[in-house]
Write a protein that binds this ligand. Structure first.
Ligand SMILES: C[S@@+](CC[C@H](N)C(=O)[O-])C[C@H]1O[C@@H](n2cnc3c(N)ncnc32)[C@H](O)[C@@H]1O
Length: 256
């Protein structure tokens, strides 16, 4: 039987065959997963995206071997009704390159889009590129944002990188800043994302053992926490996060 390593090598070879016509090549990331607050290397990623001829967000999806995955998440958020009501204010934690931010702005025109991003170079790029307000961040709180002031709070692929206490603190903060009736969208690597073969694949990824990434979280804890705070689970679905998956949750806060 072929080993997981040989299967993933074969997958990378096949992906490179698909990507080579557009000038892309999958390679071991030079990203230091021991420091999750800095995100992927800024200048290198911008240059590689430019050379590929693809928009940045599409380049990052393609490089990760998940072309179309970001748009698929936005499409599902749309199907679940997130963009049906006017979104005057949006807050995103850890937008990174802005691949979700950019697509969110295609769906609505908020008066204010706040970001809390610990990677200073990426935050500076985002304020140069999009109509967003970068808030000062200590990596744990949303202090610059008043209570009950935001219509949509989102965080993509952030809670699988930070520690449990950071996630727990952000959940309390997200609840504080969200308006009654507002939407909360985030993902976590739940038990549904961890079949045995995926656990083995993560083990072989070469991530330093002291890294907080990838962090797992039981779906029961997520649903229990927000249900206790009067949120309704509108829907949840899986999205790729190589070498496995992550589970997206869309909650709506009670308007009472
Ligand atoms: C895995 S990346 C995901 C980026 C982006 N959301 C995406 O999916 O393309 C995690 C992002 O969260 C940021 N980040 C890490 N720790 C953070 C923290 N404590 N508070 C806010 N942002 C953080 C990183 O700099 C990075 O931009």
């Amino acid at each position: 039987m072929p080993s997981l390593t040989s299967i993933s090598k074969k997958m990378a070879e096949t992906a490179n065959l698909v990507l080579s016509p557009i000038g892309l090549k999958l390679s071991r990331s030079s990203h230091d997963w021991g420091d999750v607050s800095s995100f992927i290397p800024f200048e290198q990623t911008i240059i590689e995206a430019k050379n590929s001829g693809l928009p940045l967000g599409e380049y990052i999806d393609a490089r990760q071997g998940i072309a179309g995955a970001t748009q698929a998440v936005i499409d599902e958020m749309k199907r679940l009704g997130v963009f049906e009501q006017p979104l005057h204010t949006i807050l995103e934690i850890g937008p990174g390159s802005g691949r979700y931010l950019e697509r969110t702005l295609r769906e609505c025109s908020p008066e204010r889009y706040e970001i809390y991003e610990t990677a200073a170079d990426w935050a500076a790029y985002l304020i140069r590129t999009f109509p967003v307000l970068s808030q000062p961040t200590d990596g744990t709180h949303l202090r610059a944002t008043p209570a009950s002031s935001i219509d949509l709070v989102q965080a993509h692929k952030v809670f699988s990188t930070v520690t449990f206490v950071t996630t727990a603190g952000y959940w309390c903060e997200m609840d504080r800043v969200l308006k009654p009736g507002g939407y909360l969208v985030f993902d976590a690597m739940t038990e549904r994302c961890l079949p045995p073969a995926t656990i083995e694949a993560w083990a072989g990824r070469g991530i330093p053992s002291h890294s907080s990434y990838p962090a797992a979280m039981p779906s029961e804890a997520i649903e229990g926490f927000f249900s206790a705070r009067q949120y309704r689970l509108v829907g949840s679905f899986l999205s790729p996060m190589p070498p496995g998956q992550t589970e997206l949750f869309v909650f709506r806060k009670s308007s009472a």
